[in-house]
Design a protein around this ligand. Sequence first.
Ligand SMILES: *[C@@H]1O[C@H](CO)[C@@H](O)[C@H](O)[C@H]1NC(C)=O
Length: 406
Amino acid sequence: KILKKSKTANIESKRFLHRSKTWSSSPFSTNSISMPLLLFSRRFLIFSTIIPFLVSIALYRLDTFDPALLPPKALDYSTISLPSLVNDKLLTGAELIGVGLLNSPEDIAYHRESNFIYTGCVDGWVKRVKVTESLTDSVVEDWVNTGGRPLGVAFGLHGEVIVADAYKGLLNISGDGKKTELLTDAADGVKFKLADAVAVADNGVLYFTDASYKYNMRQFAFDILEGRPHGRLMSFDPTTRTTRVLLKDLYFANGVSMSPDQTHLIFCETPMRRCSKYYINEERVEVFIQGLPGYPDNIRYDGEGHYWIAMPSGVTVLWKLAFRYPFLRKLTAIAANYGLDPMIFMANAGVLGVDLEGKPIALYHDHKLSHMTTGVKIGRYLYCGSLLHSHIARLDLLKYPAQKRL
Ligand SMILES: *[C@@H]1O[C@H](CO)[C@@H](O)[C@H](O)[C@H]1NC(C)=O
């Protein structure tokens, strides 16, 4: 859309040039052309600059969107948590799975026993793909349609698939795919508006995030632009069927993962560039990793001592400016109402592997990549989900390892 617009703008400016050429090549004396040229340019100035400027001011003042200052921590770039091992060409060597069949596969869950990958797509389908060494015989299967927007996917203790559906809430889909049950869609009297990610503890308790109680999936960019904490971390206990708010006032509460020793959760706050620990028994919060090189989405544990934090965008100049200046976020929001996709700010997506203490180990990223929302390590491969693409990308970490930075 934006490309098209700039094309027509180009054509118009060419037309204008053409017109001004005919003016100057007209057989009048220099004196006689200066008058119409002057008039023309004054009118041009009014139409091209002053009126749009006044309209913009009016729009800006009338618009009620009111972004907030972000906490100083979100604007602190003094230390960036970078590992010593980096592969900055993630796209080189990445193989694509289910091209055209997986529409924005946001999260990935791997079912070891059946060797299936489950992923939630923008058309409401939870799809599954048999993982094979050679991708030519990987088959994509439409499994269950939630009628919403499945984001987070995880496995329950009884073979069921638990889905954090952005529109529906927390869902329980039976292992045979025949029954879908809504577990919860509200807590403390506040409905979820953007259920986002889910993790399952060994004792069966479900831990999940609602990124925002204010904006839904279609409007999620506005939550980020507004810069207020509308996110919550919650638990659902299937034995008592109770939903508990563990933490509220989180900045776009996104991915969540259970620690292997089951003592705490790690959860991500996208605009804060931070992941925190939540100790379940002590009900205590602690920073896990901050100053991330990008804005974290899902976090997944690989069963081998590492979490993988996906970042749909790296820190870019545009995001830096927008996060610092609320008026820029307001302008972006107004432009977004007129069709601009604020997600054009996204670039340099990647996945950061960190150890159990939150120490960065390896970063896989690519300047040409954006909207990478999850990274799951299965065997020697890193499987990557996306909010934009219609495939899952996988990278052979042995063939294309992260290497020492020079
Ligand atoms: C999900 O539903 C199945 C029945 O289809 C049930 O056995 C299981 O306990 C449920 N899981 C949760 C977490 O409620």
